[in-house]
Design a protein around this ligand. Sequence first.
Ligand code: NIG
Ligand code: FE
Length: 407
Amino acid sequence: MPVLTNIGYLATCRDQGSQEEIHAISKATLVWKGESILWVGKESDLPTEFSEMEQWDAEGKLVIPGLIDCHTHLAFGGWREGEFKQRIRGESYLKIAESGGGILSTVTKTREATREELMARSSRTLDEMAALGVTTVECKSGYGLNIADEIKQLEIYESLNCEHALDLVSTLLAAHTVPPEYKTDKEGYLRLLCDELIPLVGERKLAEFCDVFVEKSAFNPEEARRVFEAGEKAGLRAKLHADQLSDSGGASLAAEVGAVSADHLECISDCGIEKMRKAGVVAVTLPLASLFTFQKPLDARRLVSAGVPVAVATDFNPGSAPSFHLPLVMTLACVQNRMTPKEVLKGATIYAARAIEREGVTGSLEKGKLADFAIIDSPDPDHWLYHFRANACLLTMKRGKIIHERK
Ligand code: NIG
Ligand code: FE
């Protein structure tokens, strides 16, 4: 039963209170046994029963809950650095997609890639994420866009969840865009999703969530509603890519269908914010995506002050967000979305856990939760995210086991 002592600043990130309240404890101690946390509190209050246990020294550093990346497109073939240059020269994300680039070019590469290639690449990505302090990752399909290749992506996540130390949570995003085979038959593709793929994924328990890219260029709210109805029947809860490039009613739809989260939201209306608050939908900000598509970033203050919890994630994908560096993205959330470092920390821990329905097991440092945490070489969250070093994570603990340690 290890005891981590001499923690200078421990951010418990308990759910209660406002987004800024991270319920920090100074001069803290953390005790865990096997996978779970047994005790958290001030060093001076450590019960005597634990004082004889194996002691580890945090050397006065910052300790945070293991970070949760609650929105990624982890497994994909190829990259799209060519589009990066096109966008720098002024071409829009939508124009590039219309002229054959964008999501569909990654679909071609992902279909071509073997299961082994995608597995190996994703596994290396997860290793690097772990070294940054990440302990749980949400992973979307959406680059297969037919039954076999969507299932291939989800099976890769299923295998990685067993083989890799990190916990993965899968989302079916077959409604990412219309694949070339259905270019002139969107209705046919929607029927394939609702009548075949979604029931199959539900039956095989290959995903927990069902996501739709709700956007003029992809699926409208009515089409999305059909996908979510099929998802609900199959036991998949809704998530949305909403109001990213235009206000297409995505946030309101998220509230109406009882979605667990609505993500992006750069163009969200005040009415959409109010509906999300009432329905308890988590907002997920993805500042790297707006930065890379030269879009006006989401003003998260509008959501935070309305009382909508705002989670922060990378959106790791080869088009709009080609980095999985969550701590860097957390700093971007400060400067682009105008969130304070403490708000961002809650957004990448307990609110991110809520966005993937894991708040009962991880996302905060509390008795009974998983011993998922990271030691950060910084005195507190303000200094950590302000200084944004290449990697300030000294140690990552996942389910009570060290999965990364800087010597
Ligand atoms: O979250 N918005 C749609 N999907 C991704 C981009 C995917 C891609 O460009 O390949 C996103 O930004
Ligand atoms: Fe995304």
